[in-house]
Design a protein around this ligand. Sequence first.
Ligand code: 3H9
Length: 657
Amino acid sequence: MDGVRVITLDNPPVNALSLAYCAKLLAAVEAAERDAAVEAVVVSGANGLFSAGADVNDFRNELPADAITIRDVIAAVERSGKPYVAAIDGNCLGGGLELALACDYRVASARAKLGLPEIKLGLLPGAGGTQRLPRLIGARAALEFMLKGSSVTARRALELGILDEAVDGDALERALALAATAPAKRRLSTREAFIGDDIPLQAGPYVLAQAHAMAPPEERGGLAAHKLIDAVQAAVELPFAFGLGREARLFDQLVRSEPSLALRHVFFAERELPKVDGIDLSRAAANAVKSAGVVGAGTMGSGIAIAFAQAGIPVVVVDTDDDAVDRARQTVMGMFMYQVQKGRLTQEEAWQRAQSIAFTDDWSRLGEADVIVEAVFEDLDVKRDVFRKLDGVAKTAAVLATNTSTLDVDKMAEVTKRPDRVLGLHFFVPANIMPLLEVVRGNKTSQESLATAFRLGKALRKKAVLSGNAFGFIGNRMIFDYLGEATALAEEGVAPARVDAVMKGFGFPMGPFAMSDLSGLDVGAAIAKARGGSSARTDVLEQLVARRRLGQKTMAGYFKYDKSVGKGREPIPDPEVETMFADAARRAGIAPRDVSDDEIRDRLLRALVERGRRLLEEGVALRPGDVDIVYVYGYGFPPYRGGPMWYAQEVGALSHA
Ligand code: 3H9
């Protein structure tokens, strides 16, 4: 269109606004400014998105004095007298959205996703976002948007007031038309920040104080949140230029902070996961998973089936036990109805998803499935039988997976005629919610089967981590040592409640004893037996199991539970268990010791780290970052501490162990 210049963000793969790219961008903005024939500018993105924001790699080093950053580009747009229109398609995140906020108009297509996810990297929007958004949609809504850090659809962004228009068709086309006709608007920098529609400015201090009160403490993952709220306070109280300065200073503090370094490590470790043997499995040849099968309608099987249904993959669940199928049907329906109640699904969507799970006792219905996951009782003979049957009914190309948490995948593969298409898919309970998926490679598993598993992981929105075929794989192998160390501490006279309190203080959602109670002490005892005995020097676990104190499910384990306290999930310290430990320790000749909180924390973390190192040496885990991802996403390791391997290496801690 005459007089309209299009500046296309094009820096594959995600149009990251790196220092090098910002220099080019600034030149493009300045050229448009100089050119008298240009009356208006449209900014759009190539490669299927607007931009993923600043290049996170650039934060690793001190900024060179002459560096051109996204802030310079935005300042140039701000200075321009010509109208700017952002044409948003696909992701528009972080610095990308901040650039769009500096434009006069924002138009987005239906598939656009807009967000300021900096908080997830332990940062705050540092290119004017904390100053412009409160001027556009009000401080209260801006805080909510930035503190959550999640992306929203174009429709939601329009409701929030972030967009001027959400279009069904092509955003670029509409932006061009707008640029040709619409006048320049008053820029956000010249407006006053407000708190919210119908909320007086005097309520500002209250809204900010409330946000501080709701954020986690600084030392428990809340550092970035508190600084972000401070930046918004500056937007409310200071002129724009001063607010920008304050935002930049707060951003600089965060960029160097330990939590942000840790979260950025987690971000990049996650992106390394599919890179195996020098190949990116997420891009390698793989079978598309258009339909799936699950064998076993127990807790695990139903959870896995729900996970498939949520990803839009129809699934056939085979079980011959009518009662199990009835229970599973109820679980599935209950789960989808809950999502309707929470407003996450419409009645119609819930119904469709539930319909995409078919229960049957007829194995032949698995014939169409591209992937079949067995989730039957944890017994090798039972599982081998399942694999023999599956080999007979599944199509040749299908990948057959076991959901075992400890058994040997090769022993299952060997009963089939397609060991190259057998692997482990270790889901975590509840399988439809927990984001971790261990992909277990048997000694004959083909690269194509692994690639199929990684693609599937992505479709299920899980973090797929490759593990070697070794007892307990990565996560559980490490947790055995961790729980063993917790037991050793209790044997030395530390109350289980104190051990748990220390680990919660570190940032885990629950301590090791509460975790054992949650997964079931009988399960723990059975696993110890399968391993050929536990590392404990006493028999407290066996005594508890013999007394049917199996954990939360029997309302007693290492702790007691009471239905009226925390819905029966709140661990209540039990002096009887402390006495059991004391008596058993005396019999075993273990003297009680004074143990500091630091020693408790460091010994438990060291148990994880030492085992992690051995798993790396043995090649069970590929990279320290993989181990960290397993612990962050599967076991509640606080992400702002980066995972056990990162913590040990970077924080140089564990001196008390
Ligand atoms: C910011 O903007 C700060 C400003 O406020 C202030 C500045 C002063 N940087 O995830 P994928 C790479 S902070 C560098 O597999 P997808 C990624 O590593 C930024 N690299 O694809 C991978 O590389 P490789 C705020 C990035 O389709 C490749 O791109 N923005 C960045 O599943 C593909 O990524 C964010 O936090 C980046 N910003 O998901 C957004 N983003 O191929 C972070 C991606 O070598 N990014 N890469 O492994 C995302 O959320 C997802 O990558 C996205 C695409 C949704 C965009």
